[in-house]
Design a binder for this molecule. Structure first.
Ligand code: SF4
Ligand code: SF4
Ligand code: SF4
Ligand code: FES
Length: 898
């Protein structure tokens, strides 16, 4: 099974010629005749056809006449062969198709007035197209609706048994949660085992269903399709940047659909030809945060101990007066700002400009600091590119993938679909190295379970195995013999046996993985939270680059070292200069030429070179009283960072805390002023996804209450403190960025970036690499606390935002439970729901446990989205000395029965 040949141009098959409606057509032998016909631009009726999986051939609509055959043939299941003579039109075909529609309608309920598919139902369209007016034989099936799933309802009275839902789930998503089952005399679609649906709830089955047999619980009976406005935009949950349609009625978001939805499947494929075009659960069912009743609708100003609703004008006056006073008394360095990477490029650009030009401070940072900057800095340092080099297409066509420290089906589900496609269509060897039994590991050719926190040691082992087995690329090392000698010397300290003992990855597997990576023609490394959000993240990315270099994979087509971004615009945040070390375009803040260029463009004096505090340093300076005013846009450091970072003490000491957010966050509750901001559904702009594609977000509804887009608030603030900004819309900001960063807006195409390793290898590499490989054990292996506690993302949530989406909370509420391996639970003599005491060097919390087979023994997991109980406060924090990235997702704990 795999992508249909028509959408997979790489299919290896002989080229043949056949005739379609009298015209000679060239095609690949053996591909679906339907695909060959549609590649000529002719769309023939079809209901069970889909471009992403192999044909099922049940609906009987795609009939064509083949010379030499008496009866019409189903073109979707027929395979193209040389010399075929095909006719796609004619009365005989029309009548045969009409009969097929009548057959379907004879067991269809005709409850169109109350069906959600009314107006975009393929059966309805086919009936209309074929003039089916005699419905006297229509019979009811009287099957009760299956409403057991939290987001989808199954109405099998309407099912035409096309199997598209089953196939998309099994073949494309490789989840396989649905099946046909004979019940009540009919073949019905049921969740596997006829239990309540237990799956990833992506809703792709709903999207492909040609009729109204699968419905969305959140929008059922709420609309008729023609009543809704459909806005094409980009998902605001993760860095995959999926394209979606927000369907709205006035200021209400009714539902989310995507290019995978019905018509695209056999009509215009321009939007879908490069991928399957679906969404994950967050994208499809997580939209309700947009018009949540918890949204802030008015500015709030602190009056005594209370935050009181106050008009915009009065609030802004106060904010501006107090910022100005603090600057006047204490200088610009007393002011700092933090921004979320959920803001648009235009807003991130404006933010750093406001801080640097408006306030005159370089104390600014974004949520890219939580990990992505480890990758950016390593890649910039070694390769001169601050981005992942490969796009989704490269990933799909990879022959070898090393996925290390990434629970990708949870964090970036649609990038995960690409890896699934690589496995399924391109037969890629995929090595998944993780300390949990992840879903992608279950599909991989080489699932490798390692001890928590040993990812860096595994990389040591892979580089060592590569050198030991002489898997090196002669051409690459010939150019840099000294660098190669330095690497060999550094790695000499590494023992494969020791690595195996410390990590749990056997010597054989280390060697096999090294060989798979080195020998494949298209090899990709993808690292994520287990590398970039952990201590030594920067150093570990550099080691992955070493591995790619010695095996000759740097700069080769379809090869490279990549990461994924958890928030939608972490890449954009860095590209726009929302970090003290970077100006827009990732120019160094200390680079004189860049400073001159921006100073001229902005007609301003920039803060001094070498100045600037990042997130951790900003909080430190807030605590010490050096920073007295903090402007926080969309960030919630109080709810995100562990208690040991003393965020509350830092915020308490401030003379002015201004929080701009769609919601009253924990940090906002401490603020002097809270400014209500719009979500991305209420504003225009762009995000830069993990491939480097710049994607549009579009205003789908008017701002909720008196909330305003972040760019608008920042412009007003800048003008009130003396700037003369004339931005009337995000387009004006975009025009300015375009001038400064030509080529950045690339019309949705990934910008190709080429790594240049030569400068690095011939300049400073030897000294750098010497410190990178060490024979030492992982830092926490000597701890007396026997368990590793991990905090991380789960599929159904993203940061704290999704906790305001009732749909996602219905699927994944905060159980406040610690997930543990059942074996460990047995040893502790605790059952599901039993209370345990979890103790780290930083404190203790009590919480209930729940068994989870995906958690490795001696490990436990708590989702990072919830602070109840405050498990995050048990975490220790390590700050990377090079990149300033704070790691706080793993610590050692003891677990006792409470
Ligand atoms: S929601 Fe997604 S995972 Fe669940 S059954 Fe449908 S296609 Fe499969
Ligand atoms: S539920 Fe929809 S997609 Fe699934 S078999 Fe029935 S008609 Fe086809
Ligand atoms: S994969 Fe990411 S961008 Fe795509 S729908 Fe899911 S959360 Fe949104
Ligand atoms: S599309 Fe070919 S049988 Fe349904």
């Amino acid at each position: 099974m795999g992508l249909k040949p028509a959408t997979n141009p790489d299919v290896e098959a002989a080229t043949i010629e056949l005739s379609i409606d009298g015209k000679s057509v060239t095609a690949k032998s053996g591909v679906s005749l339907y695909d060959v016909i549609s590649s000529t631009g002719k769309i023939i009726p079809a209901m069970c056809y889909h471009y992403t999986f192999d044909p099922f051939g049940s609906c009987g609509m795609c009939l064509v006449m083949q010379e030499g055959k008496k009866a019409p043939v189903r073109s979707c299941t027929a395979k193209a062969a040389a010399g075929m003579i095909i006719k796609t039109d004619g009365d005989e075909l029309f009548q045969a198709r009409k009969k097929a529609v009548e057959k379907h309608l004879s067991v269809h309920p005709l409850d169109c007035p109350v069906c959600d598919a009314d107006g975009h139902c393929e059966l309805q369209d086919m009936a209309f197209q074929h003039g089916v007016t005699n419905l006297a034989n229509a019979k009811q099936k009287f099957i009760p609706e299956d409403t057991r799933s939290p987001v989808l309802d199954f109405n099998m009275n309407r099912c035409i048994a096309c199997a598209e839902c089953i196939n998309v789930c099994k073949d494309v998503l490789m989840i396989d949660a649905l099946q046909f089952m004979k019940k009540g005399g009919f073949n019905q679609v049921v969740p596997k085992g006829d239990l309540a649906l237990s799956c990833e709830f992506c809703g792709d089955c709903l999207a492909v269903c040609p009729v109204g047999a699968i419905t969305n619980k959140f929008s059922k009976y709420l609309y008729k399709p023609w009543q809704m406005k459909k806005t094409t935009t980009t998902c605001n949950y993760c860095g995959d940047g999926c394209q979606m349609y927000l369907e709205t009625k006035d200021i209400e978001v009714v539902r989310v659909t995507s290019p995978l939805s019905w018509k695209n499947k056999w009509g215009d494929r321009t939007e879908t030809a490069k991928g399957h075009g679906g969404l994950c659960v967050r994208g499809r069912f997580g939209f309700e945060y947009i018009d949540s009743t918890a949204r802030l609708k008015q500015p709030l100003l602190r009056k005594g101990n209370q935050l009181v609703e106050t008009p915009w004008l009065e609030t802004m006056h106060q904010v501006v007066d107090r910022f100005s006073e603090i600057r006047r008394k204490n200088g610009p360095d007393a002011i700092a700002g933090l921004i979320t990477a959920r803001c648009t490029n235009e807003e991130l650009y404006l933010f750093q400009k406001l801080m640097r030009v408006g306030f005159g401070t370089n104390h600014l940072d974004s949520s890219a600091r939580y990990g992505h900057l480890n990758f950016i800095h390593a890649s910039q340092h070694a390769l001169g590119i601050g981005r992942s080099p490969n796009d989704w297409e490269d990933l799909t066509k990879a022959k070898a993938v090393i996925l290390i420290g990434s629970n990708i089906t949870e964090t970036n589900p649609l990038t995960a679909v690409r890896i699934k496609e690589a496995i399924r269509v391109y037969k890629a060897q995929v090595v998944v190295i993780d300390s949990a039994v992840t879903n992608i590991a279950k599909l991989a050719s080489h699932p490798v379970l390692i001890k928590p926190g040993t990812e860096g040691l595994v990389i040591d082992g892979l580089v060592k195995a590569t050198l030991e087995m002489d898997l090196i690329d002669e051409d690459s090392i010939k150019k840099h013999p000294q660098a190669f000698e330095a690497l060999k010397a550094a790695v000499a300290r590494v023992s494969l046996e020791q690595v195996a003992a410390q990590t749990g990855m056997s010597v054989e597997l280390l060697k096999e993985t090294a060989a798979i990576f080195a020998e494949a023609p298209r090899s990709i490394i993808l690292c994520a939270e287990g590398i970039v959000r952990q201590p030594d993240g920067y150093r570990n990315v550099l080691k992955l680059i070493d591995l790619a270099w010695v095996t000759g994979k740097l700069g080769q087509p379809g090869c490279g070292v990549n990461t994924v971004t958890e928030e939608p615009n972490e890449q954009g945040a860095v590209d726009m200069g929302a970090a003290p070390e970077f100006l827009p375009g990732q120019a160094s803040f200390n680079d004189q030429a860049a400073r001159d260029r921006y100073a001229k463009a902005w007609d301003a004096t920039l803060p001094a070179a070498g100045s600037g505090a990042n997130l951790v340093e900003i909080l430190k300076r807030c605590r010490s009283g050096q920073i007295r005013a903090l402007y926080v846009i969309g960030e919630d450091p109080l709810a995100t960072l562990p208690a040991s970072m003393e965020v509350r003490a830092a915020l308490d000491r401030l003379e002015l805390l201004v929080v701009q957010d769609p919601f009253l966050t924990d940090t906002a509750r401490m603020a002097h002023a809270v400014l209500p901001a719009c979500t991305s559904a209420e504003k225009d702009g762009t995000f830069t996804n993990l491939e480097g594609r710049v994607l549009r977000t579009r205003e789908a509804i008017d701002p909720i209450g008196e909330s305003l887009p972040d760019w608008h608030i920042m412009t007003a603030l800048a003008n009130a403190i003396g700037c003369q900004w004339e931005y009337q819309s995000p387009n004006d900001i975009q025009a300015e960025i375009m001038k400064l960063l030509p080529g950045y807006y690339n019309l949705g195409q990934p910008r190709k970036v080429v790594p240049t390793v030569d400068r690095y290898l011939s300049n400073g590499y030897a000294a750098d690499v010497a410190a990178r490989y060490r024979a030492a054990a992982p830092s926490d292996s000597k701890s007396e606390r026997p368990f590793s506690l991990l905090m991380g993302q789960v599929l159904y949530h993203s940061g704290k935002m999704s906790t305001n989406a009732p749909g996602l909370i219905t699927i994944a509420p905060n159980t406040g439970r610690l997930r543990m391996n059942p074996q460990d639970m047995e040893q502790l003599a605790v059952g599901e729901g039993s209370m345990v005491r979890l103790t780290s060097d930083f404190g203790s919390v009590q919480l209930a446990v729940q068994p989870d087979q995906s958690i490795a023994p001696q490990t436990c997991f708590f989702p990072e989205h919830f602070n109840e109980p405050p498990v995050k406060d048990l975490m220790s924090v390590q700050v990377d000395p090079t990149t300033g990235v704070p790691s706080f997702k793993r610590t050692r704990v003891t677990i006792e029965k409470a």
